[in-house]
Design a protein around this ligand. Sequence first.
Ligand SMILES: C[S@@+](CC[C@H](N)C(=O)[O-])C[C@H]1O[C@@H](n2cnc3c(N)ncnc32)[C@H](O)[C@@H]1O
Length: 336
Amino acid sequence: MRPLLFPLEALVYGPPYAGLQNLIRSPEPLEAESTWELITGEKPALYNLVCGHWPLWPLRWPLLYAKMKQDHVLGIAAHYDVSNEFYELFLDKKYMFYTCADFNRGDETLEEAQQNKADFILKMIDPNPGQKILELGCGWGSMLRRIHQHTGDKENLHGITLSKEQVAYNDEHNGFQVEFDDFITRQYEPETYDTIFSIGAWEHVRPKEVAPLAKKLYGAIKPGGKLVKHFFCRVPDRLFATAICSQIYFPGSIGSPYRANVKAFEEAGFRIVQRTIHDYRPTLRAWFDNLVANRERALELVDVHTYNRYLTFFPVSWRYFDDGMGMLVRWVMEKR
Ligand SMILES: C[S@@+](CC[C@H](N)C(=O)[O-])C[C@H]1O[C@@H](n2cnc3c(N)ncnc32)[C@H](O)[C@@H]1O
């Protein structure tokens, strides 16, 4: 079956998609360094030319739409509900952030780099006790924990996630007000929150949902309140050929372009008062190394295809940022 699928998928979705699926379907766990090299290494010019144009432009959106018919909510759950212990094998121990860290010097450990990121975002949020704060896509409650350390206030910290495993983890370890809900379709009470923030969850908001959600969030924030957003987005406006590969890792999700985000938030009424750009690549490499170091335990927790999917996910994402297709940004936006 595997040898048959490869040429078929290469013809329809392009060689990178077919190549990745072929690697993931390997009956054996992938060898670490050769997989990293294969995915991140330079390719011959002819290969790049073919991959840059395949699927052909008129077919790109229809093929992507067909793939995106996969349930968005289930797709998110499928990615995050693998098992909490599996994620513990490669994320930092203190916070369990599943988002880009700040390797400011370059030689920090993942733990130190995630602490740098938590401190950086804390300054952006600048929380005070008594302020009602909501995180969209709160993961394992990492940033909520950092805010709680700072303010001592737990009652006013709220989070939303589409992962049941994360809700259970929060209830057991943190005790914040974390709900299982979809922050895109949710109805928000007007002028309820002093601050809404989101770290690495906006990537799941599809392009057509960006503007309506920006307006909804504007309405949910108190006058003078703010929205803090850490997210990566597509640099080119145009959908590039390899974008279809995202469906392997996040079925039903597709990122939005940077400029569309600026337009949507400014039109909703926000003023973007702080913008910074960050480098995701060292974090991806650190997660990859941690997963490889814990390969045996990982393979006790998940099947070989899931292991292979993650082992390819990190170098694929590394390549996406290295090629300048995606950009990791942090914004502070004020409600005017
Ligand atoms: C990459 S993780 C980031 C988690 C956390 N913010 C962190 O920094 O580690 C993305 C999170 O967004 C959540 N998420 C994605 N789309 C969502 C949606 N539409 N509604 C609610 N949660 C969502 C996922 O369940 C997950 O918790």
